[in-house]
Design a protein around this ligand. Structure first.
Ligand code: FES
Length: 155
C-alpha cells in the first residue's frame, strides 16, 4: 500500500504534462528577464582617450609639462611639441623621473629622456602620442594613438 514514504509512481502522461509546464515557465521567465535587460546598454562607454593639455600657445620651446592625471609628459622644442606616455610598457606602472630619464618603480625598468629602454624588463620604449589642435586653440593629446618616436607636432 502506497504511503508517505512510498508514493504512487507518477503516470507517464502526468510527468510529461508537468515537464511541459516547467519548460514553458522557464521560457517565460527567461524571456521576461531578457526583456528587462534590454533598456540597459550592453557596452558601457569608456572615458575618451583624448584630452586637452592646455592652450597651444603655452607650449613655447623649452616648456616641459607633466600631466599626472593622464600620465603624459609634454615637451615643447624648436621642432614642435611631443607627448610621451608615462605608463611602463612592462606591466603598466607609472614611471617617475630619474637622472637618466625615467625609472619604473615596480620592476626597475629604465628609460632615457626619449622613452627608449635602457634597462630592465620593459619590452619596448615609452610610446609617443598623437597631438592635434582643437578649434578653440587647445592642444589635444590622443592617448589611444601612437606616433613614431621623434615625430613632433607643429601647429
Ligand atoms: S611595470 Fe615597469 S618594469 Fe614592470
Amino acid at each position: 500500500m502506497p504511503g508517505r514514504l512510498e508514493p504512487d509512481p507518477l503516470p507517464r502522461r502526468d510527468f510529461l504534462g508537468l515537464a511541459g509546464w516547467w519548460a514553458a515557465g522557464v521560457a517565460i521567465i527567461g524571456s521576461v528577464l531578457g526583456m528587462a535587460r534590454l533598456p540597459k546598454p550592453r557596452v558601457l562607454p569608456e572615458a575618451s582617450a583624448r584630452f586637452r593639455a592646455g592652450k597651444l600657445d603655452e607650449f613655447t620651446p623649452g616648456v616641459v609639462k607633466t600631466d599626472h592625471e593622464h600620465n603624459v609628459r609634454l615637451v615643447a622644442t624648436e621642432d614642435g611639441i611631443a607627448a610621451m606616455s608615462l605608463v611602463c610598457t612592462h606591466l603598466g606602472c607609472i614611471v617617475g623621473e630619474s637622472s637618466e630619464g625615467f625609472l619604473c618603480p615596480c620592476h626597475g625598468s629604465r628609460f632615457d629622456q626619449d622613452g627608449n629602454v635602457i634597462g630592465g624588463p620593459a619590452p619596448r620604449s615609452l610610446p609617443w602620442l598623437a597631438l592635434s589642435q582643437a578649434a578653440d586653440g587647445s592642444l589635444v593629446v590622443d592617448k589611444g594613438k601612437e606616433v613614431p618616436q621623434g615625430e613632433f607636432f607643429v601647429a
